[in-house]
Design a protein around this ligand. Structure first.
Ligand SMILES: NC(=O)c1ccc[n+]([C@@H]2O[C@H](COP(=O)([O-])OP(=O)(O)OC[C@H]3O[C@@H](n4cnc5c(N)ncnc54)[C@H](OP(=O)(O)O)[C@@H]3O)[C@@H](O)[C@H]2O)c1
Length: 330
């Protein structure tokens, strides 16, 4: 099969297309013929091996798993002996730890769910990592309820564009923060109000938000807290991973927020994505009800994965970037 591999850590230009054997399947694994695979900042972090902390999981000197990509949408090609939930031919979406920028990937059946019937493969591939993170931020960390006021920073990005829609589905009034070139896009996601960060800061209206979801990662905790109601919740999703060799921009959520949270009235929490079938099922329900429509800004064929990675590395997508691999995308 064709696959996009990286043999050492580096920039997007280090990846190349190579012929590999198809992965074998373990007893609980499913072989998926990949139709599309999402691109997210986590892939850039594994590609660069930075911040260095990531190498504890990815391989100290060189990448342990050469194939890149985590999100996948495709069709089941083969199932392991003890797989009960899928059969060949099923349309699925989810995640893999064995790389999805390839014609086939294998993954544990607990990382997959039935693909939303109304989405294309490219749209479905845009959901898993970003959508599960957005869902955790809104539902679990933010505990968003009808009537809450929610601020989403980075509302135009992969996580933010889905967090806006999920918060609306949970009954919130949502303000999105974005660059002025994206205000129409963020309104089209359903945001009730949009704040252009080149002209206004997030504390423009005072301490009015019950929940602030920060995917931008470049504002101090003091400024983020000024936008929160006295008992409000700050859900920290992102940091600038290019800043700081060891921890990237993630020190704030790993250390700063948990420490400060013990002495202030606000709940300050880091959001950590987990791959859960239940969450994929809920996201499918949201998609099929029309509440969540993943926006694919651009898709690239497998051979042009390096360009897709370059595009995301600029940090200003409008929605998601996707790699398309084989089969119909509709
Ligand atoms: N905690 C977790 O488990 C988890 C899971 C997934 C992702 N993440 C992290 O969450 C962050 C966002 O992920 P993503 O997939 O949404 O990334 P993305 O698709 O690249 O979007 C990033 C967004 O950040 C905004 N942005 C870029 N530079 C900015 C700046 N200087 N000030 C304010 N906003 C800025 C951009 O919006 P504008 O163009 O409008 O500025 C863009 O929409 C990343 O740091 C990622 O690593 C964490």
């Amino acid at each position: 099969m064709k696959a996009i591999v990286h043999d050492h850590y580096g920039p997007p230009s280090t990846v190349h297309l190579r012929d590999l054997d198809r992965p074998g399947v373990g007893d609980h694994e499913v072989l998926v013929r990949v139709h599309a695979a999402g691109v997210d900042p986590g892939v850039l972090i594994f590609l660069a091996g930075r911040p260095y902390l990531v190498r504890l999981a990815a391989g100290l000197r060189r990448p342990r798993i050469p194939v890149l990509g985590r999100d996948v949408a495709g069709v089941v090609a083969e199932v392991g002996a003890r797989v009960t939930r899928f059969r060949p031919g099923d349309e699925v979406y989810g995640t893999t730890l064995r790389g999805s920028y390839a014609e086939f990937t294998a993954t544990h059946e607990r990382r997959l769910a039935g693909k939303p019937a109304n989405l294309t493969f490219a749209q479905a591939a845009a959901v898993p990592v970003s959508g599960m993170t957005a869902l955790r931020a809104v539902r679990d960390t933010g505990q968003v309820r009808p009537g809450h006021r929610v601020l989403v920073i980075g509302a135009s990005g992969g996580v933010g564009s889905q967090a806006v829609q999920i918060a609306k589905a949970y009954g919130a009034t949502v303000t999105g923060v974005c660059h002025p070139t994206k205000t129409d896009f963020v309104r089209s996601l359903g945001a009730d109000d949009v704040l252009d960060y080149t002209h206004e800061e997030i504390d423009r209206d005072g301490p009015v938000y019950d929940v602030v979801i920060d995917t931008g990662g470049n504002r101090p905790l003091s400024l983020l807290r000024r936008a929160l109601t006295p008992r409000g919740t700050l859900a920290l999703v992102g940091g600038d991973w290019t800043r700081g060799a060891l921890l990237g921009g993630y020190g704030r959520q790993m250390f700063g927020a948990p420490l400060l949270s013990t002495v202030v009235g606000h709940r300050l929490r880091a959001v950590s994505a987990r791959d859960r079938v239940d969450d994929l099922d809920e996201l499918r329900d949201l998609a099929e009800s029309g509440a969540l429509t993943p926006r694919v800004e651009r898709s690239y064929p497998l051979a042009e994965t390096a360009e897709a990675l370059h595009h995301l590395a600029d940090r200003h997508p409008a929605g998601k970037v996707v790699v398309t691999v084989s089969g119909p995308q509709t």
